[in-house]
Design a binder for this molecule. Structure first.
Ligand SMILES: [Zn+2]
Ligand SMILES: [Zn+2]
Length: 128
């Protein structure tokens, strides 16, 4: 697994009022806020869990604060992968863009999960 380890200290001065990192509530990783490919990191790049802090992305308006489980992958028209999170406390669903350093293994696990547990025998597809 390759990971972008480039340091981004120049952001410190500009983002003094905002936290530089957060601790993942699920796996305990200290996650830097700066993420490749997105302006707003909202989930852990290792386990993909999130936290219910926003009503709309980045507003920090939600009072809930509970952990959000990564449920599924959706794909936008331009091919971008979107993570669907569900809050473990209030059940709200959020769609969050994946980041460039998200771990490919759990992302792929989520993406193929429906095929691993089909609601009908996959052999049936051969008869169509
Ligand atoms: Zn984590
Ligand atoms: Zn919630």
């Amino acid at each position: 697994m390759s990971r972008d380890t480039s340091r981004n200290r120049s952001r410190r001065a500009r983002t003094e009022a905002r936290a530089e990192s957060f601790r993942c509530l699920h796996c305990g990783l200290d996650v830097p806020m700066a993420a490749p490919g997105t302006d707003h990191r909202n989930h852990c790049p290792t386990c993909l869990w999130s936290r219910h802090l926003d009503d709309t992305p980045g507003d920090r308006a939600a009072d809930c604060g509970a952990r959000m489980e990564p449920l599924a992958i959706s794909v936008r028209g331009d091919g971008e992968w979107v993570l669907v999170h569900r809050c473990t406390h209030c059940g709200v669903l959020h769609a969050n863009r994946t980041a460039g350093d998200d771990n490919a293994l759990p992302l792929t696990r989520l993406a193929v999960r429906p095929l691993a547990r089909p609601p009908f025998p996959l052999e049936r597809l051969g008869a169509l």
